[in-house]
Design a protein around this ligand. Structure first.
Ligand code: SF4
Length: 447
C-alpha cells in the first residue's frame, strides 16, 4: 500500500533531523514531496537500506519502467501513470519489431530485413524505424543463426521460443545484445526466469488469458523476478484487446502491481498474413496499450501512418513540437541560394518547407530557436525578434552560407528595419503572409 507523507516522515532518520542535505528545508517537507512522487527517497543519504527499499517500493509508479537495449541505443518501456493522454502525458512510446521466422527460407528472411531496415527516417527530430527484430522459431535448427543475424542489425532483439535449450543457446550467442527473452509460460517459467535473471534480461511472460497471466506473474515475482513484460499470447483479436486494456486498467486504476508491467502483442500472429489488417491492428494496439508490437515486416506504407500516430500520442501535450534548429537546403539549395527564415514550431516548418519544395527553386530554409511557438506567438513573446534572428544568422548561418539574401515571414514584416540595422551585409526581404503564397514568391524572386 502506498505510504502517506506522515508515514514516510516517521521512517526518516531522527539523528540527522532537518539537516537539509536532501535539498529540502525540513524532513517533513521532503517526506511530503516523496509521497507526492516529486522527489526520490534516495536524495536523503541517511535512510537505512531496508527502510529505503520499503519507501521506494511504496512510492514507485504503479507501472514498472524497464530499460531495454536497442543496439547501441537504449529504450524505455512502461512507467505510465495515466490511462488517457489528455490526463497528463504518456511516458514510453510503443516500440515496433519486424520478424525473422525459422519457417521462412533464408531468401524470405533477407527480403524482410532489406525492406524493413530501409524504413529509417527522422520526423520532427524523432527517429522512425522498427526498434526491434523479433526472432521466432517453430522448426528446429535455425534459431541461433537467426538470433545472430538479428543482433547484427543494431536494434533490440526479441527471442521467442518456449524451448529452454534453444533459448539458452541463443542467449549465449548474443548475450551482449541483451535480448528480451520471450518464452516463459506456465510450464517452463522457472527455468526461463533463471536464464533471464542470470543474464540480466527482460523476460516475456506468455499467457492466453488474464487469469493465467496473473497467476504466472505472481509466481515469477515470488521467484524474485520483476523484470517482466506481459506477452498477450493469443491469436484472437478480441481477447488480445481485452487483455491489454484490462492489464493497464488494473495497474493504473486499481493500483494492482501484479499487472504493473509493459505489454508485448504479436500483431503478425493476430493478423494472420493480412498486411492491411496488420497495419490496422498495429494502430489499434499503439493506442490501447501495447508497449512492443511485433509485425511481420515494417514497410513505408505501414510506417508513415503508424509512426505519425505514435508521435501524436506520445508527445507531451504541454510541450510544443519543435523542429531542430539549423539550415535545411531545399531543392538542392547551396551556399549561394537565398535563405528563408522561420520559427522552430514543427507545423510551421512542415508547411513552409512543403511550399518551398513545391516551388522547385533551390533555397535554404533557416530554422531559428523560437521556443517551439508559431511565428506570431514567438514574436509576441520576444523569442523571434531582430536580436534573436541576427544572433542566429551571425553565429550559425554566416560561417556556412555565402548568400546574403534573407527572407522574413510576412507576419513579422515589422522586424525588417531592425534586422537590416543588425545585419548590414544582408539584403532583407519580406515574404508572404501565408505559406500558400510562398511558391509564387520564390519563383518570382528566382526569375
Ligand atoms: S537529508 Fe534526510 S535527514 Fe536530512 S533533512 Fe533531508 S530528509 Fe531529513
Amino acid at each position: 500500500m502506498a505510504l502517506k507523507g506522515l508515514d514516510i516522515f516517521k521512517l526518516l532518520p531522527k539523528a540527522h533531523a532537518n539537516c537539509k542535505e536532501c535539498g529540502f528545508p525540513t524532513c517533513m517537507a521532503f517526506a511530503m514531496k516523496v509521497a507526492a512522487g516529486g522527489a526520490e527517497i534516495t536524495k536523503c543519504p541517511h535512510v537505512e537500506a531496508d527502510v529505503l527499499d520499503k519507501i521506494a517500493e511504496s512510492t514507485a509508479p504503479p507501472m514498472k519502467s524497464l530499460t531495454v537495449k536497442l543496439g547501441a541505443d537504449e529504450g524505455k518501456l512502461g512507467g505510465e501513470t495515466v490511462l488517457f493522454r489528455h490526463e497528463k502525458t504518456y511516458v514510453s512510446k510503443t516500440l515496433y519489431a519486424f520478424s525473422l521466422y525459422g519457417c521462412n527460407s533464408d531468401e524470405e528472411n533477407e527480403a524482410v530485413i532489406k525492406e524493413s531496415a530501409a524504413v529509417d527516417y527522422a520526423r520532427i527530430g524523432e527517429r522512425m524505424y522498427a526498434e526491434f527484430v523479433h526472432v521466432c522459431e517453430h522448426h528446429e535448427g535455425k534459431f541461433v543463426d537467426l538470433a545472430k543475424k538479428a543482433a547484427a542489425l543494431n536494434r533490440g532483439v526479441i527471442l521467442s521460443t518456449f524451448k529452454i535449450d534453444e533459448a539458452k543457446a541463443a542467449v549465449e550467442a548474443i548475450k551482449d545484445a541483451k535480448p528480451i527473452l520471450n518464452g516463459a509460460n506456465k510450464d517452463n517459467y522457472e527455468e526461463f526466469s533463471k536464464l533471464a535473471t542470470d543474464n540480466g534480461l527482460v523476460l516475456g511472460v506468455n499467457a492466453p488469458n488474464l487469469e493465467e497471466m496473473y497467476d504466472l506473474v505472481e509466481k515469477l515475482e515470488k521467484l524474485g523476478n520483476k523484470n517482466l513484460i506481459l506477452t498477450v499470447d493469443t491469436h484472437d483479436i478480441k481477447t488480445a484487446f481485452e487483455m491489454t486494456v484490462q492489464i493497464r486498467r488494473a495497474a493504473l486504476l486499481n493500483k494492482d502491481r501484479t499487472f504493473g508491467y509493459p505489454t508485448l502483442v504479436n500483431i503478425a500472429g493476430l493478423a494472420k498474413d493480412d498486411l492491411d489488417m496488420e497495419a490496422a491492428l498495429a494502430a489499434l494496439f499503439t493506442v490501447k496499450y501495447g508497449s512492443i508490437l511485433i509485425l511481420s515486416k515494417m514497410t513505408y506504407a505501414t510506417s508513415l501512418p503508424l509512426h505519425g500516430l505514435r508521435q501524436n500520442l506520445y508527445t507531451d501535450p504541454q510541450k510544443p513540437m519543435r523542429q531542430e534548429v539549423g539550415i535545411y537546403p531545399l531543392n538542392k539549395g547551396g551556399e549561394n541560394d537565398p535563405c528563408y527564415i522561420t520559427v522552430d514550431f514543427a507545423l510551421t516548418y512542415f508547411v513552409v518547407s512543403g511550399e518551398l519544395e513545391r516551388s522547385g527553386v533551390p533555397c535554404n530554409l533557416l530554422i531559428c530557436d523560437a521556443g517551439g511557438y508559431s511565428v506570431l506567438t514567438s514574436w509576441a513573446a520576444g523569442k523571434f525578434s531582430a536580436s534573436t534572428i541576427a544572433k542566429f544568422i551571425t553565429e550559425e548561418v554566416e560561417p556556412k552560407v555565402k548568400s546574403r539574401t534573407l527572407i522574413l515571414p510576412g507576419k513579422v514584416a515589422v522586424l525588417k528595419g531592425e534586422v537590416e540595422a543588425k545585419l548590414p551585409d544582408w539584403k532583407i526581404l519580406v515574404g508572404p503572409n501565408e505559406a500558400v503564397a510562398v511558391v509564387k514568391f520564390a519563383k518570382e524572386l528566382a526569375a
